[in-house]
Design a protein around this ligand. Structure first.
Ligand code: THU
Length: 140
């Protein structure tokens, strides 16, 4: 069986993530993040972190990715890469795992410091749209 991660151009995704990390707005943490994802129609969507003087209002790079996805016509995320200012792969924070789960599901492939993981490994037993569908169907 073909390994689905072998058909993904990870180098290109990492390159796009590094490129967009250079446009991050991170005057408070100085921790630049760039993220890029492959969509099921072949598009690549990107985002960088955008900090705020109200620290809690900061947008993670993944928020930009999801906004780019939806604003560009939607679709499902197939593969995702995220890097720090050194170009090293980093893990999405907890909140962003939830964002990615919504738009990529359990099968989304994630570039991690330990290699390619599925979203199901990154966010085991994640809560998602299926839980809401289940209740709606049960209630009739
Ligand atoms: N950050 C992201 O952009 N994505 C993550 O998944 C982890 C954290 C950003 C938020 C903040 O601007 C900086 O990294 C330090 O936390």
């Amino acid at each position: 069986m073909t390994d689905p991660s072998s058909t993904i151009d990870w180098d290109e995704l990492r390159r796009r993530a590094i490129e967009v990390s250079q446009r991050a707005y991170a005057p408070y943490s100085h921790y630049r993040v760039g993220a890029a994802a492959l969509v099921d129609d072949g598009r690549i969507v990107v985002g960088c972190n955008v900090e705020n003087a109200g620290y809690g209002v900061t947008l993670c790079a993944e928020c930009g990715v999801i906004s780019d996805l939806v604003a560009g016509g939607g679709g499902r995320l197939v593969a995702f890469a995220c890097v720090n200012g050194l170009g090293e792969p980093i893990m999405p924070c907890g909140r962003c795992r939830q964002l990615l789960f919504e738009h990529g599901g359990r099968e989304l492939l994630v570039d991690t410091p330990d290699g390619t993981w599925t979203m199901d490994q990154v966010l085991p037993l994640g809560f998602g749209p299926a839980a809401l569908d289940h209740l709606r169907e049960a209630q009739g």
